[in-house]
Ligand binder design. Sequence first.
Ligand code: ATP
Ligand code: MG
Ligand code: MG
Length: 538
Amino acid sequence: PDPSDNIQNTPKLLSDHLKATEGKIVTRFPPEPNGYLHIGHAKAMHLNFGYAKKNGGKCYLRFDDTNPEKENQEYIDSIIDSVKWLGHEPCEITYSSTHFDTLYEMANELIRRGYAYVCHQTAAEISEGREKMTESPYRNRTVEENLKLFDDMRLGKFEEGKAILRMKGDMKHPNPCMRDLIAYRIKYHHHPMSGDKWCIYPSYDYTHCLVDSIENITHSLCTLEFEIRRLTYNWLIDVLGLYRPVVWEYARLNLTHTVLSKRKIITLVQNKLVNGWDDPRLSTLNAFRRKGYTPEAINLLCDTIGVTRTNGTTISYELLELCCRQDLDGKATRAMAVFDPIKVVITNYPEDKSEEINAPNIPSKPEKGTHKIEFSRIVYIERSDFRMEDSKDFFGLAPGKEILLKYSYNIKCEKVIQDADGKVTELHVTYDKDNTSKKLKTIHWVSSAAGTEPMKAEVRLYEHLFKDSEIGDDWLNNINPNSLRVIPNAFVDKTVLASKEYDRYQFERVGYFVVDKDSTPEKLVFNRTVSLKENKEK
Ligand code: ATP
Ligand code: MG
Ligand code: MG
């Protein structure tokens, strides 16, 4: 799966390209700044930047900014930020709009060569003509007339929609993309880069190939839905007699349980079905970042899935989570947190005593050091780690049973205190300061200095945003109502004290968590990045 496989039949073409670029591979990542990047774009970047880097070439970050009404500076800034975050280094940041003058000149040349005409058909008439393979009545104007009318378009003499410039392909061609696609349309709209200089803007089909040619792109990599447009891509460059890159298509990344489309993501954000572009339930790169994903985890997924030309395959979200765990295992400091606490009183531990216990930062990496956690007479354990009835497969505490509090002491449950409804409110235990019994089952816990309560934090637990793995057409009715669960007052050990945004932890036996931007000095907020695969104890 290597783009160069595709051009093996065209060695001559490639050698010409490489002359133009002094032998270098040149690629581009060409987002339209009409939204935030999503994880699908990570695949596109991995391929474009990765392929150039692997071959000692270079890759542009190019903003394909030809639809000013949908584009803005906020999106441009966020895209630059996401590209950097993933670790990619564009040789240069360019804009299709930088070339508006050149593109305009080329359009005039296209008219002079007899390959473009000004058309006044309505959008409906144009699509009908395309469908029925009938020509526009304006198709056979003279070059002079077309040059004049195109200039009138530029000068603002027409209302929007009253005149467009069309490429003169072949209305009878079996590929609909050859049937006189639009090259320029009128839009009285301010542009983030070119301001109010233009009221005509070039289309994607017209712009993309020409800017690829202008930038001497050797390998123009795009997703498979553009395959049908390869013919016009080549046609336009050829009729203008310009340098032609090789186009190579690959499959879009699809992920289960989520949407990868800027349009759909915008709908979710605008209808407040999520809380903004970086809501951790979304598939934007900002969302994954906020959720605690690392760039390495995302690039690892891209490596793992490779590049294929098989369309319609959907990668399981679990594979992404696997990549994430694999990366975080050696990076996230261990800490302990209890979400739904039961108070445990150690009756034979002195009331006014506390001690500090050493816990490894990363158990598999002793060189990463240790941190200290507080231990005293009152300890909190997870409600799910206690049962009135013990069983073989149960790791937790039960009446009369002895277990190990991770990194500290064995405790034995002596007494269970329940309220009127039978809910367990407190456990009385004794501890064995010599840990005489070995190989006990182990649970996590949180304590604090004698006479104090442990630190509290808000924890946000995320599930898939969509219920079904394959999001159907009725996707807006497929939203999972339980995609966010908030634990307002979890107990956390003092390891996390003084953490800042993006600090990562593994809460032992629970999962990986990251400090959210909503944290305050009084209260930290954690997002669950990914749960641990299983509650396996070692
Ligand atoms: P969207 O429908 O989400 O807006 P797009 O293709 O219109 O996607 P662009 O900004 O034009 O978005 O994308 C920039 C580049 O990223 C293009 O080359 C596009 O083919 C590629 N790309 C977009 N989505 C994916 C995806 N899911 N998987 C792989 N590449 C993608
Ligand atoms: Mg696009
Ligand atoms: Mg798009």
